[in-house]
Design a protein around this ligand. Structure first.
Ligand SMILES: *[C@@H]1O[C@H](CO)[C@@H](O)[C@H](O)[C@H]1NC(C)=O
Ligand SMILES: *[C@@H]1O[C@H](CO)[C@@H](O)[C@H](O)[C@H]1NC(C)=O
Ligand SMILES: *[C@@H]1O[C@H](CO)[C@@H](O)[C@H](O)[C@H]1NC(C)=O
Length: 220
């Protein structure tokens, strides 16, 4: 083996190591995990239903489901039905925030938002929606992030840099979306099921290991 081929091999090995580290980079690095328990969230469900008719929490798994013909969250709301975990304990207007959770969407669930970053410049209400249509995980109805999402657990990381108006979405640790913010002065995270257009008769998502994180800020 020549000296040059040895150098080339070493360089290639190093490149592969760095590339692998970048491709599987941990999206929570540099973030602090915040306390998360029932003091920080509540369930939004059809107003005429008991919580346990649309939500369960068993062995660490939050299961949320709703029917297309269910009522909205309040009598006066014009919105479509939902069963969602609303994380009202962390309402933010600046800084870099992150939502992390493992999600599962059973086959058949479609036309539904499973995770949102609430708050935007009016008339919009949301900065980001992760939706499922026909088995694809999508950013609103605009782009497909993962084509075959049904019937398996996948890790979701959504990073929201409010001051720079930038968001990143990672699925299973892989960066799938970089997108701009949509304004607004008050934000929070939600996950579950919120019916959209072309909604299936029943919609369900399951969540575990939900984690809210905030980027450490350096003293200036
Ligand atoms: C939730 O966590 C907070 C902060 O650690 C704590 O003060 C509070 O008592 C906890 N609430 C429940 C319901 O466990
Ligand atoms: C999903 O399938 C339905 C029914 O075939 C169709 O109307 C809808 O446009 C599809 N949605 C997307 C986002 O492709
Ligand atoms: C899906 O929704 C769009 C917009 O609301 C509608 O025009 C279309 O007919 C729907 N498709 C189906 C299959 O329901």
């Amino acid at each position: 083996m020549t000296y040059y081929s040895l150098i080339a091999m070493l360089c290639f090995g190093l490149y592969q190591l760095v590339f692998h580290a970048m491709a599987t980079h941990d999206p929570t690095r540099g973030f602090t995990s915040l306390p998360f328990n029932t003091s920080f969230y509540h369930i939004q469900k059809p107003y005429d239903r008991q919580e346990n008719e649309r939500y369960s929490f068993i062995n660490g798994v939050h299961k949320l489901w709703v029917f297309a013909d269910d009522k909205p969250l309040s009598r006066s709301s014009p919105t479509k039905p939902r069963s969602e975990i609303m994380i009202q304990g962390y309402i933010y207007s600046s800084g870099v925030w992150e939502f992390e959770g493992d999600a599962y969407v059973p086959e058949g669930t479609s036309g539904v938002c499973i995770m949102q970053v609430f708050g935007a410049q009016a008339p919009r209400a949301t900065t980001l929606m992760l939706r499922v249509y026909n088995g694809s995980l999508m950013y609103y109805r605009q782009s497909i992030l993962v084509p075959n999402i049904y019937d398996r657990w996948f890790r979701v990381n959504v990073v929201h840099d409010v001051d720079r108006a930038k968001l990143r979405v990672y699925i299973d640790g892989h960066l799938k979306l970089k997108v701009g913010g949509r304004g607004g002065t008050s934000h929070y995270f939600k996950c579950g099921v919120y019916a959209q257009d072309n909604d299936s008769s029943c919609m369900e998502s399951r969540w575990k290991n939900i984690n809210v994180l905030k980027q450490l800020t350096l003293a200036t």
